[in-house]
Design a protein around this ligand. Structure first.
Ligand code: PMP
Length: 406
């Protein structure tokens, strides 16, 4: 891809200049968290250097400036996801918080006759909050099964859907395998039985730009730290009708209209779901991270990352004993693999000695590992600032590690 100037992009990321164990860092753990460009770091420094203040309450100038910047960030997020209205964007601490907020909100809306559907490809954070909801309400949880390629079996999904289905939750992209799920089809089918759908966008947001109105999705959640933003901030998109229906998740300051000891009334959206002093700086930096990625362009990012994926997949498969888990036709730049019977942790440790950061283990998706009957995998995940040269070094280092361990 001649147009994509990765060398100039890499200059934006100070961390990519550091060494680990005496070797230049090769960062292939992007599915766990992404790195932060100088442009976003500058926004964080500027906030704490020049206008750090609590928002929404102060008459003073700093508070106004911080409030304006925070609300501008909300609008940037609204535009990015194409939400109809800014108050449909709720700031959260991340994907996990967003899912818990929705799961908690449904407590009073469900009973033991109701059924919920989850997919076999989920991260624990899109499983456990719903199991807890089922414990509170008596509702039943059904699972859309997966196949060997790491695709969902949608014919089974059709059989699970029925008049009692109230909610379906599925990730847009699997963090463990990289599979891109057909969420539009999943959403349309759920709507035919009147069920709402929550899409976990933690892994999709770094690679594609979702249009929540076109998807007609009811809830969409993500974390800024996966998209070149800081940790501790994320967003929940919810259709206005749903956000009006669900009760608040937490009580406190900012989320009220009026408080007396007899009765308290809640603030309008989005504040109803934003109790307490929020991560003001994080929200502003989240907006800056979206600006940064949009300036590069999500199509260019996806094209380049797909090239990296194809390149690395081909080279990996040339190594004897490599088995890649997740071979879906539609996938992003995540490769989960094992080499023979070598424990993933041992390979990960040796790669770290060579400066290479990969993830090893079950990737918070134990049901997927159970399906393949393995304890875990080595996961290399690429972002647009990675290069073919890094992949070459990774492959030669992996060969060395395998030789040492066999
Ligand atoms: N879902 C998926 C698919 C993820 O990859 C992750 C992060 N690994 C999460 C949910 C949870 O995100 P967070 O830890 O930022 O809340």
């Amino acid at each position: 891809n001649i147009d994509f100037n990765v060398e100039s992009i890499r200059k934006d990321f100070p961390i990519l200049r550091r060494e680990v164990n005496g070797k230049p860092l090769v960062y292939f753990d992007n599915a766990a968290t992404s790195q932060t460009p100088q442009q976003v770091i500058d926004v964080i420094v500027d906030y704490y250097s020049n206008y750090n203040a609590n928002i929404h309450r102060g008459v003073h100038s700093l508070s106004q400036e911080a409030t304006d910047a925070y609300e501008l960030a909300r609008q940037k997020i609204q535009t990015h996801f194409n939400a109809a209205q800014p108050h449909e964007i709720i700031f959260t601490s991340g994907t996990t918080h967003g899912i818990n907020l929705v799961a908690n909100g449904f407590t009073s809306l469900l009973n033991e006759k109701d059924e919920l559907i989850v997919s076999a490809l989920e991260h624990h954070s899109n499983i456990v909050p719903w199991q807890m909801l089922c414990e509170r309400t008596g509702a039943k949880l059904h699972v859309i099964p997966m196949n060997q390629n790491g695709d969902l079996d949608l014919s089974e999904y059709d059989k699970l859907l029925g008049p009692n289905t109230k909610l379906v939750f599925v990730n847009h992209i699997s963090n463990a395998l990289g599979t891109i799920n057909p969420i539009k089809e999943i959403i349309n089918k759920a709507h035919t039985v009147g069920a709402a759908v929550l899409v976990d966008g933690a892994q999709s947001c770094p690679h594609i730009k979702p249009d929540v109105q076109d998807l007609d999705v009811d809830f969409y959640v993500c974390s800024a730290h996966k998209i070149c933003g800081p940790t501790g901030i994320g967003m929940l998109y919810g259709k206005e009708k749903w956000l009006k229906t669900l009760p608040p998740y937490q009580g406190g300051g900012e989320m009220i209209a009026e408080v007396t000891f007899k009765k308290t009334s809640y603030a309008d959206l989005p504040h109803k779901f934003e109790a307490g002093t929020p991560n003001v700086c994080g929200g502003i930096a989240f907006g800056a991270a979206l600006d940064y990625m949009n300036a590069i362009g999500f199509d260019a990012i996806a094209n380049y990352e797909n090239e990296l994926l194809d390149y690395a997949t081909k080279l990996l498969l040339e190594i004897e004993g490599v088995k890649i888990y997740g071979t879906a036709k539609k996938k992003t730049s995540v490769i989960s693999f094992n080499v023979g019977n070598i424990h993933p942790y041992d390979i990960g440790t040796l790669l770290d000695k060579m400066g290479i950061a990969v993830r090893t283990g079950h990737h918070c998706a134990q049901p997927i590992m159970d399906y393949y009957q393995i304890p875990g995998t080595i996961r290399a995940s690429f972002m647009f600032y990675n290069t073919r040269e890094e992949i070459d070094y990774f492959i030669s280092s992996l060969k060395k590690a395998v030789l040492m361990l066999s």
